[in-house]
Design a protein around this ligand. Structure first.
Ligand code: NAP
Length: 267
């Protein structure tokens, strides 16, 4: 069984460790300093340690999921043990070049999943660094496939992907909450308001993904002349929801670039 390590078993790291261990296909070892906070991973068969070097030496593929500002420091600590191994960093904004400089000899992949990986429904974009072969990518895609869907992208798109699908669950959760509030306003019981809202987001996304119908076409299918939906859509359009989302993703992309430049200047 392939041995996979996770350095930084926080929110994203422990979800990665749990999903891979639960698949039954990988032996997983994970680390964090406050190791007692990761103990529940042991119920999933994950070996838990506070020793990053133990993770790097035992694993064949290593995920790095510490906060972006710590990525290079943590790599410095384990770099000699990563030579020839695949290193998958999920740290936002840290460029491949910087990761490769900190862990020379490692085969660096930079990935951006989202928190839906905890239920196997992440969208993960990744890009590969120098020396990463098609065989390495096969291994990476098998791992990412356990967490949801994935796509290889050029590194120049990673900050935008971070802002769209990395941060996206926060935008969509706001939408689900807003639609549920709307349900409450028109008298739906609370559980029904949240369930109908979330299922509608899930179903619409599934419809797009499975049929390939353009979202505008899906919308047209619901819009009857003088019907109820067009009444609702009138207010949605008036609210400027599209420009709000466009501004949100644009601002988050800019922020990812700012964080990257802080890291590059060593700050
Ligand atoms: N949250 C998201 O939705 C999301 C989505 C995509 C990507 N990411 C990326 O994933 C990374 C982690 O984010 P997160 O939200 O999971 O943060 P988090 O919950 O704070 O996890 C980071 C973990 O790193 C551990 N850590 C810190 N210093 C360490 C060290 N020296 N050695 C080993 N472990 C150490 C921390 O635990 P201790 O303090 O106990 O060591 C903590 O559990 C970030 O780089 C972020 O950009 C996050």
């Amino acid at each position: 069984m392939m041995r996979v390590g996770v350095i930084g078993a926080g929110q994203i790291g422990s979800a990665i460790a749990r999903i891979l261990a639960d698949s039954g296909k990988y032996e997983v070892i994970a680390s964090r300093r406050k190791v007692e906070l990761a103990r529940d991973l042991e119920r999933h068969g994950v070996t838990v340690t506070r020793d990053n070097r133990e993770v790097a030496s035992k694993a064949e593929v290593v995920f790095l999921s510490v906060k972006p500002g710590k990525a290079v420091k943590v790599l410095d600590e384990v770099a000699d043990l990563l030579a020839g191994k695949i290193l998958i960093s999920v740290a936002a904004a840290v460029p491949v070049e910087r990761l490769a400089a900190a862990a020379p000899g490692a085969k660096v992949v930079r990935a951006m999943p989202n928190i839906a990986l905890s239920v196997g429904a992440s969208f993960t974009a990744y890009c590969r660094g120098p020396g990463v072969t098609d065989e390495d990518v096969e291994i990476v895609e098998r791992l990412l496939g356990e967490m949801g869907s994935y796509a290889e992208v050029d590194e120049e798109h990673m900050d935008a992907v971070t802002a769209l699908s990395g941060s996206g669950p926060a935008y969509v959760a706001t939408l689900i909450e807003a639609m549920a509030y709307a349900g409450l306003k028109v008298g739906l019981p609370r559980d029904l308001a949240y369930l109908s809202s979330a299922q509608t987001v899930l179903g619409t996304a599934k419809m797009y993904l499975e049929t390939g119908l353009h979202p505008a076409t899906i919308k047209e299918m619901v819009l009857t002349p003088a019907g109820t939906t067009i009444e609702g859509i009138f207010y949605i359009e008036e609210s400027g929801i599209r420009t709000a989302l466009m501004r949100a993703v644009e601002a988050a992309t800019k922020r990812a670039k700012e964080i990257a430049s802080t890291l590059n200047s060593g700050g």
